[in-house]
Design a protein around this ligand. Structure first.
Ligand SMILES: Cc1ncc(COP(=O)(O)O)c(C=O)c1O
Length: 410
């Protein structure tokens, strides 16, 4: 075999991020003039707020802030992040414990690369955002999945603490906690989080927290940040970022918070991989964190998405054979369609393909979120406008009704 084809074995086992294939499909349908409604995208429907953009433009055109920066980020952004977490969550983070990264994905990968030896395990509650298991596999580690508990349409998903504890082995390094959770929209209760941290402590394993959706919590539900917990330095590697809160997905800015001596070591990895985060974007991110007008914008956006969630939920609840749970965080609904599958004999993927190709509604089959527990579910994003969610919900209802009717006629 030619040497350029001799890749590491693990590379052929990567699943990538299934959602991206559907974006390509949406583009293709649009190019063919189809009236596409896209509820598959995990990013806000509005651009970054103006003051943040203005700050980046100023950093570029006036300050000519175009060179490399310190590897963990300029002190201003590290201080702004520490202040934000401390004020918001009553945490006691020092700015030297913050490492700024290219996106939260960068933060996750950096954390994994610092701790995983070949064959080490991470426990991934599933269905999961793919970056944790995929990053682990790239590094030669092993994702071990534990299904979230489906507690029915009124309660949604929760952590299966018993199963998580049973799954810990001598190779376990991390338990992943994404809260609020993508793709289920679950918000884990302070009680279950406290119990989970107890388990982690008892077994000497770490928690890898991803709280990227912390500004999208609805119905005044109680959100507890793991960074606010006493003694976090012993067992927590915390990640978050700017993509979702400030609609900055394309800026690639995230961060890790970890005890000081480890933060220093993370910079030793990062300096050889990406060198530093984007320079002018860091200045803009400081503005995002510190400008009260930007925070008003965030609040308004979150409130609007809370309303869109309700609009979509009502449509889904009226759909026969569909069990919809009113999510409490992030910007996803993740209804279960098992009954539709049973009645039609179709799989979730077949149902989604039928909807995409005939109703031009782009949604994601739960199976694209590793590993298997999402298989009878569909993910809808409501990070969009009223017209889209209400039209999308209607098309879904029509599609499912038509599938069920055709079945009955046969
Ligand atoms: C749970 C979760 N973590 C991390 C990310 C990636 O964020 P970033 O754009 O900051 O890399 C996403 C994006 O969809 C996400 O849903």
């Amino acid at each position: 075999m030619e040497p350029t084809l001799r890749l590491r074995g693990i590379i052929s086992n990567l699943r990538g991020e299934g959602g991206f294939a559907f974006l390509a499909k949406a583009r293709e349908l649009k190019e063919n003039g189809k009236p596409v409604v896209n509820l598959s995208i995990g990013q806000p429907d509005v651009p970054t707020p103006d003051p943040v953009i203005e700050e980046a433009v100023k950093a570029l055109s006036e300050d000519k802030f175009t060179g490399y920066t310190e590897t963990p980020g300029i002190p201003e952004i590290r201080k702004a992040i520490a202040e934000y977490l401390n004020e918001r969550y009553g945490a006691d983070v020092s700015w030297e414990e913050v490492v700024v990264t290219p996106g939260t994905k960068g933060a996750i990968f950096l954390a994994l690369s610092a701790y995983l030896d070949y064959g080490d395990e991470i426990i991934v509650p599933e269905p999961s955002y793919p970056a944790y298991p995929e990053g682990t596999k790239i590094l030669g580690g092993k994702p071990v999945y534990v299904p979230l508990e489906w507690r029915g349409p009124s309660k949604g998903f929760g952590l299966d603490l018993e199963k998580i504890e049973e799954t810990i082995t001598s190779r376990t390094k991390f338990i992943v906690v994404n809260n609020p959770q993508n793709p289920t929209g679950a918000l884990f209760s302070p009680k279950e989080l406290e119990e989970l941290t107890e388990i982690a402590r008892r077994h000497g394993v770490m928690i890898l927290a991803d709280e990227i959706y912390d500004n999208f919590v609805y119905d005044d539900a109680e959100f507890e940040s793991l960074i606010s917990m006493p003694g976090w330095r012993e067992w927590l590697v915390y990640t978050n970022g700017f993509s979702k809160t400030f609609s900055m997905t394309g800026w690639r800015l995230g961060y890790v918070v970890v005890r000081r001596e480890v933060a220093r070591l993370l910079s030793k990895i990062a300096v050889s991989v990406w060198g530093c985060p984007v320079s002018f974007g860091q200045k803009a991110a400081v503005r995002a964190l510190r400008d009260p007008d930007v925070w008003k914008w965030v609040e308004k956006l979150s409130k609007r998405y809370g309303e869109m969630r309700q609009v979509l939920y009502e449509e889904l609840s009226k759909t026969p054979g569909v069990e919809a749970y009113l999510s409490r965080g992030a910007y996803y609904l993740f209804p279960r369609i098992k009954q539709v599958e049973e009645e039609t004999g179709l799989s979730t993927e077949e149902i989604v393909n039928y909807i995409v190709n005939n109703y031009y509604l782009i949604i994601l089959p739960g199976g694209v979120f590793p590993d298997k527990a999402g298989k009878d579910f569909i993910r809808f994003s409501f990070a969009t406008n009223r017209k889209a969610v209400s039209e999308g919900g209607k098309r879904f209802r029509q599609a499912i009704t038509s599938l069920l009717e055709n079945k009955t006629r046969k």
